[in-house]
Design a protein around this ligand. Structure first.
Ligand code: ZN
Ligand code: ZN
Length: 109
């Protein structure tokens, strides 16, 4: 299950949407340099992985998915990479709160 929330950059105060984690039907990765989001359908992964080896270990599966996700302009899409501020590309952000002090967090699958 993944989650989405409004974040505020601690460097330049820009607010932006952050999505973390994949869903039931897709994997979500971020570029390790600019934080660009990459979504890959699990059907696409399944088709490619089953062709290679149906008994892949989890770490190998992650490597394979990252290899399929490929490269961004300046970096590589990784599961471990965080989202980044679209303006200054900092990964230093906090969940933004609304007027009631609540974090607007939604979950999806
Ligand atoms: Zn990038
Ligand atoms: Zn920023």
């Amino acid at each position: 299950m993944g989650r989405q929330f409004k974040a505020r950059c601690n460097q330049c105060q820009t607010e932006f949407d952050v999505r973390e984690g994949g869903g039931f039907s897709f994997y979500l990765l971020h570029c390790d340099t600019c934080g660009e989001e990459k979504v890959i359908g699990s059907e696409e992964i399944k088709a490619k992985i089953n062709d290679q080896n149906p008994a892949l270990a989890k770490s190998e599966k992650i490597e394979t998915i990252e290899a399929i996700a490929g490269a961004c302009e300046n970096g590589y899409y990784r599961f471990s990479a965080k989202a980044r501020c679209p303006k200054c590309h900092s990964d230093d952000y906090s969940p933004a709160v609304d007027a009631n002090g609540q974090v607007r967090m939604t979950f999806y699958d």
